[in-house]
Ligand binder design. Structure first.
Ligand SMILES: CC(C)(COP(=O)(O)OP(=O)(O)OC[C@H]1O[C@@H](n2cnc3c(N)ncnc32)[C@H](O)[C@@H]1OP(=O)(O)O)[C@@H](O)C(=O)NCCC(=O)NCCS
Length: 222
């Protein structure tokens, strides 16, 4: 076949594009197949959420986009790395997960303890300052912005402090700068406004904000 330089280039680009499409399709099929079985620690849920409506990658699976997101989106990097060291932590390793958690902080600015539980489909925008303590429990599809802290209430000279860590229900949204302390529960689908300090439970589907946070809207009552 006699190809001019322009045609050869176009052919090569077409070939690479087809190759990328096929690879993305295969990856998608693989994710679907495995997710019908046992989901390993939320990793597949994260990948599916990336490609879902409203996810970081809009439209059909596209390998180039996926590679770009892996390279440049700190929220995706922070979660993938967390999935890896959480997996090691659950299998009884201690030092290596902690070293990887330190690396995560170094790379993304998010400090996520290997002991924290994060459900699949979580999205973290702007990882700077995100701090999730050892006992924090986060459900599925929770959205987190920068400087969100989930931690223990701590002790003071006046009070030994209460034990326990926050639990965040499925689909909740924690906007920038939200601090949730102690044994409190944020219900599924609740939204916490920017820079709020949550010290009490927040009912499912409600909106709360302020320092300390108060519930300002309840589901069905606006
Ligand atoms: C909580 C939030 C979702 C509320 O949205 P909303 O229901 O549309 O509320 P409104 O903007 O209509 O504000 C209603 C009232 O709540 C107040 N308010 C809103 N958010 C508040 C917050 N985080 N803290 C304290 N008061 C807040 C407003 O000042 C307003 O008060 P007013 O009625 O006395 O004028 C939104 O304000 C918020 O915090 N968004 C964070 C977005 C974010 O993190 N962006 C970062 C992008 S990188």
């Amino acid at each position: 076949m006699d190809l001019s330089p322009g045609e050869a280039e176009r052919d090569l680009v077409r070939m690479l594009r087809d190759l990328a499409r096929n690879a993305a399709q295969t990856l998608g099929n693989l994710v679907d197949a495995v997710s019908r079985g046992r989901e390993p620690e939320g990793l597949l849920g994260d990948i599916k959420a990336l490609f879902s409506e409203g996810g970081t990658l809009r439209g059909p699976a596209d390998l180039r986009q996926a590679v770009r997101v892996l390279l440049v989106k700190p929220g995706v990097q922070a979660l993938l790395l967390y999935r890896l060291y959480r997996w090691l932590h659950v299998r009884g390793l201690r030092l290596l997960p902690e070293i990887l958690a330190r690396l995560n902080y170094f790379l993304t600015g998010a400090e996520i303890d290997p002991g924290a539980e994060i459900g699949p489909g979580c999205r973290i925008w702007h990882t700077a300052g995100v701090t999730i303590g050892r006992g924090g429990k986060i459900g599925r599809d929770v959205w987190i912005r920068h400087n969100v802290t989930l931690g223990g209430r701590g002790a003071s000279p006046f009070d030994p402090g209460e034990e326990g860590y926050p639990r965040v229900g499925d689909g909740a949204i924690l906007y920038t700068g939200v601090t949730v302390l102690g044994n409190v529960e944020i219900g599924p689908g609740a939204v916490i406004g920017a820079h709020s300090l949550v010290l009490d439970d927040v009912p499912a589907g409600s909106l709360a904000y302020g320092v300390p946070a108060k519930v300002v809207k309840r589901p069905g009552r606006h």
